[in-house]
Every structure is written in C-alpha cells, then in structure tokens.
Design a protein around this ligand. Structure first.
Ligand SMILES: [Zn+2]
Length: 443
C-alpha cells in the first residue's frame, strides 16, 4: 500500500516562512533595493513612466528612502487603456510569455503581460496566498474561478500546483457538475467568487446534498467584495471557513494579499508590493489607521512594472503584529470601490453596504440586484430581493416594506424594494452582476 505523504496540517505552516515572517527592518531594506531596481526598469523601458518622471524631475536614483516614493507620479487604469495593448510593457513582446485582460465595461480591455519570471513569482505568491488561507500540500483544490483572460482561474491554478496540491481545473458554470466532482474527488478547498460559491451552495441544497458533510473545509474567495454577513452565510451553508483573498490584474492578479486564519485583515505581500493609502481626492498620504484609497507599487514585476497604481479600493492598513506570525501589513477587507459608489438622493451608497444589511434578514434569500435609474436630476435605486422559499406570495408587500425600512434605518437612504419569487434573481456563474445601471449613458 502506498501511504500518502504526511500533511503538515497541525501547527503553523507557511509556504515561504523566511519571506512571510521577515522582520520589518529587513523587509524595508529589501523593499528599497527592489524599488530602485524596478524604477530603473520602468524608466528605461516604459516611455510613459520616463516622461512622467522627467516631468516631475525625479529619477530612479533620487529615490533613497521608501517615503521618497511619494514624489513619484500615479498610474491609473486609463493609462493602460491609452497604451493598449502592449504600450506599458517593459519587455519586448517576444519576452512576454502570457497576457491577460480584463473586460472593460466601456471600450477596450486593459491588457497585462508577464515574463516567465513573472509567472513564476505569481505562482509563488498564489501558493503563499493559498497556504495563508489554510490550504496545504496534498489537498484537493477545486478551482471554480473562470479560466481564460481573467486572471483568477490560471492564477489560482498555478498557485495550487506550486503549493503541491491536486488542482481540479473546473472554471465557472454548471454547478451540478461542480458539486459532483467536489464530492467524488474529495475537495478540501474551494476557490471561487463568493457569489458563485453561494450559487453552488444553493444548487447542492436543492439536490438534497449536504456539502457541510463533505471534505470541504476552506473557501478561498476573491474577485468580488464580500460582506461579513455574506461570509457568515457561506461559512454556515457550506460548512467551511471562508477566507478572503485580494488582487487585481493590473498588479499581478490574485495573490496580492490574503487573510490568515485570524480573518482579521489581509496580509499584503510586502516583499513584492508597496502599499500606500492616499486621500482619493487630493492624492496625499493618509495617516496609518485612517481610511484611504489603496495605491500599490510593484517591486519585482518585469514585464509590467507599476508605479503607484490607483486601485480605487477604499480601505485601512495596519502594521500591528498578527497572531499568525506573519510580519506583513494587513489590509482591512475591501468593502467598496470608489468607482462603484452610487449617489442616491444625495446619499453615498456602496453596493456592499446594501449587501451587509440584506444578507441575514428574515424572509429573504441572500440574492439581490440593485437597479439604478435616473429620475429627473436624481438617481433612484430599486433593490430587487428574493423571498425565502417558505414565504407566502401574499406577504411580499409586507416583506418589501420591512426591507425598505431596514435599509433606511441602517444606510439612511430611501429605496424602492421589489420582492421576487424564489429563483427569479439571476444566479452568479462567476462574477455576480449586483448593479443594473439603467441611467442614460454618456452623462
Ligand atoms: Zn495573520
């Protein structure tokens, strides 16, 4: 009989202990060394960065401390679009072994590129991310992130392999088949968007399958903001520990930050990225502990070095020591992107705020869509929710009134609420569509 290799389940496990627990002084020395090399690469090889550095009269050799970084220009998503497709690459196209692209809601996608070294770095970072979330070598990792131009699928795939797990490359869609293979192959880890994980949970329940009794223990969830309420829902319905991971294709893809088992902020991998928070309006740094827009500088990317990238994600940072032993900064879970903010009758509303109020309310299922329309000069929002299966149709108007009242008292905004029958809200096949924006375009 062949015995399985011992699984390092008990006690502390790190994919890269030396890097993850590196003392801060040493970490900062490494960051500065890598920052200077990255800036040289960007200045020499990317005309946009050279032009902007020349305009601000800052050259790579002027950067002598990490705070000197603040003298440098920002980079934005529109820069990638303006230099579509390969204009921001710091390597000739022949040295770029892979491209990914994000679907833009308007116009051209943003294209990102990787050298062979970049792909290897990414695999290491995703392996580290998975291990931080609780995955271990030898696990069966069921990967339901979409494969293709989206970075989620292949990012998780390479990371799971690098960790030494058995990866099941499912991609999204066909929840019945996902459930069958998760059970038959004995998946311990599910990688998916939170909305798709919820869709899987629902289909399993309909089939009379209790995934809480399967081998599934951990959900590695990312690519969408997920409220604490939704996390609790996923924990309970799948019988797992749902762990949040963070990343964006412009920086590398998933693998930028991950929660540890404390689930108290996501460790941002500081040996490969520099994290800053700025005031989204002025671009000035905000003090530690205060909320601001997350700005990320890559330290090791070859093909697409990124200087002070504006993520539009609003969060807080803490460098307090974490119980897991990792020394890397923690990013508070991201609940809203400044791009996603809606202004409804003068009140700023993030879709994720609505989610945290809705999920867990009695009489409704955790499926919703926000419909935004123009009403004269103001925006109006209708929240479409779904009745829980046991709720009688005659009581929908009462449920709608209760939801509207609850939203008003928790978020301070008046909304219309439409209660739909079970199954009427479209289910996520990957990335959920939470907002249907029916306002006239081009205003
Ligand atoms: Zn930790």
């Amino acid at each position: 009989m062949i015995t399985a290799p011992a699984r390092p389940r008990k006690g502390r496990y790190y994919f890269d202990r030396a890097a993850e627990t590196m003392p801060r002084e040493e970490l900062e020395r490494l960051q500065l060394k890598r920052l200077r090399a990255m800036l040289k690469n960007a200045y020499t090889n990317v005309p946009l960065h050279r032009r902007r550095m020349d305009a601000t009269r800052v050259e790579p050799r002027d950067i002598r401390t990490l705070t000197d970084l603040r003298a440098l220009h920002f980079t934005e998503k529109s820069d990638l679009r303006d230099h579509y497709p390969f204009g921001m690459f710091a390597r000739p196209r022949e040295k770029v072994v892979r491209v990914h692209a994000s679907s833009g809601t308007t116009g051209k996608p943003t294209v990102v590129g990787y050298t062979a070294n970049d792909i290897s770095t990414w695999a290491d970072l995703m392996a580290r991310t998975m291990a931080c979330a609780g995955a271990r070598p030898g696990d069966v990792i069921h990967n339901a992130y979409g494969y293709g131009l989206f970075t989620g699928g292949l990012g998780a795939h390479y990371g799971a392999e690098r960790l030494g797990a058995t990866v099941v490359p499912m991609s999204g869609g066909n929840a019945e088949r996902q459930i069958l293979l998760m059970q038959d192959f004995g998946a311990r880890v599910l990688c998916a968007t939170p909305s798709y994980a919820l869709a899987i949970a629902e289909v399993a329940e309909k089939q009379g399958i209790d995934l809480r009794r399967s081998k599934l223990e951990i959900g590695v969830f990312g690519a969408e903001p997920c409220s604490e309420a939704m996390r609790k829902e996923l924990d309970e319905r799948l019988g797992i520990k749902a762990v949040d991971i963070y990343g964006l294709s412009e920086i590398i893809g998933p693998g930028v930050a991950a929660e540890c088992d404390a689930r108290d902020g996501l460790h941002g991998w500081e040996d490969h990225f520099l994290f800053e928070l700025v005031d989204p309006d002025t671009g000035r740094p905000v003090p530690e502990g205060e909320a601001g827009e997350l700005v990320i500088t890559t330290l090791t990317k070859e093909a697409l070095p990124m200087i002070r990238y504006r993520t539009r994600d609003i969060t807080c940072l803490t460098r307090e020591r974490c119980g897991c032993g990792r020394s890397h900064v923690r990013i508070r879970r991201i609940t809203g992107r400044s791009d996603d903010m809606l202004i409804i009758r003068g009140v700023n509303v993030y879709p994720s705020q609505v989610e945290s109020v809705l999920v867990g309310m009695p009489d409704i299922a955790p499926h919703y869509q926000l419909v935004v329309e123009r009403d004269g000069s103001l925006d109006r929002m209708t929240i479409e929710v779904e009745a829980a299966p046991a709720v009688a149709a005659e009581t929908y108007s009462r449920v709608a009134a209760a939801v509207g009242h609850h939203i008003k008292s928790m978020i301070g905004v008046t909304v219309d609420v439409k209660v739909k029958a079970p199954g009427e809200i479209p289910r996520s096949q990957g990335k959920a569509v939470r907002v249907r924006d029916l306002r006239p375009k081009g205003e």
